[in-house]
Design a protein around this ligand. Structure first.
Ligand SMILES: Cc1cc2nc3c(=O)[nH]c(=O)nc-3n(C[C@H](O)[C@H](O)[C@H](O)COP(=O)(O)O)c2cc1C
Length: 194
């Protein structure tokens, strides 16, 4: 199944979708650095760039630590990815002209923009991404060295698409690009409808 849409959006947006079947091949460090380079061109409030990435390749010493943070329903398929990346955001911002850091109000929004660029860049390298909120949110800050300052936003499995036959049947059925709401369900002129 391929996605179609109503207007002439860039084909890259339709090509990206989140698989669960990965082929178990390695993702090399150079490709990961290219993904992070794409992410750094995201816009952010005050250009503060509050995103942080903590990554492990599948053969790294850190792989088991990161994989071990995923909830079992995600770890079951994400273990065949080539790399895992956690996206964090800085809860503090030192705004221009301020002498003391203050609570960042846009860090999650900005980190989301960075992840989107990473995901699109991955497709151009022949890599697929799958974001996950299903991880151990209580343990993640300690394992990732985030302390209280950084919010652990999401995990991302990165790798090459694999054979969906390796998945349980329920997940095989979901191994297709998903549809979207119609634009008129979420975009409104002037104000939301009452
Ligand atoms: C922040 C975030 C958290 C997600 N958490 C999970 C997850 O824990 N497990 C999972 O299988 N998919 C997860 N997803 C994947 C979404 O279900 C998926 O992106 C969505 O259904 C749209 O499909 P597409 O990415 O293939 O276009 C998550 C996606 C995002 C952006």
């Amino acid at each position: 199944m391929t996605r179609t849409t109503d207007r002439a959006v860039s084909p890259q947006f339709l090509a990206r979708w989140s698989p669960r079947a990965f082929d178990g091949s390695a993702v090399d460090e150079g490709d990961l650095l290219t993904l992070f380079d794409a992410a750094r061109w995201a816009p952010s409030a005050y250009n503060y760039q509050p995103w942080r990435f903590v990554w492990a390749q599948r053969d790294d010493a850190g792989w088991n630590d990161l994989l071990g943070l995923l909830l079992p329903f995600n770890a079951a398929w994400a273990r065949e990815a080539g790399a895992l990346v956690f996206v964090l955001s800085d809860r503090q911002i030192l705004a221009p002209g301020a002498s003391e850091p203050q609570e960042a109000t846009t860090a999650s929004f900005d980190a989301g923009a960075a992840w989107a660029l990473l995901a699109l860049q991955a497709e151009t390298l022949g890599l697929a991404t799958h974001a996950m909120a299903g991880f151990d949110h209580a343990r993640a800050p300690e394992v990732l060295g985030a302390g209280d300052r950084f919010k652990v936003e999401a995990a991302i499995a990165i790798g090459r698409r694999g054979d969906k036959a390796q998945l349980p049947e329920t997940l095989q059925a979901r191994e297709v690009p998903s549809p979207r709401k119609d634009v008129h369900e979420f975009a409104f002129a002037a104000r939301l409808p009452g």
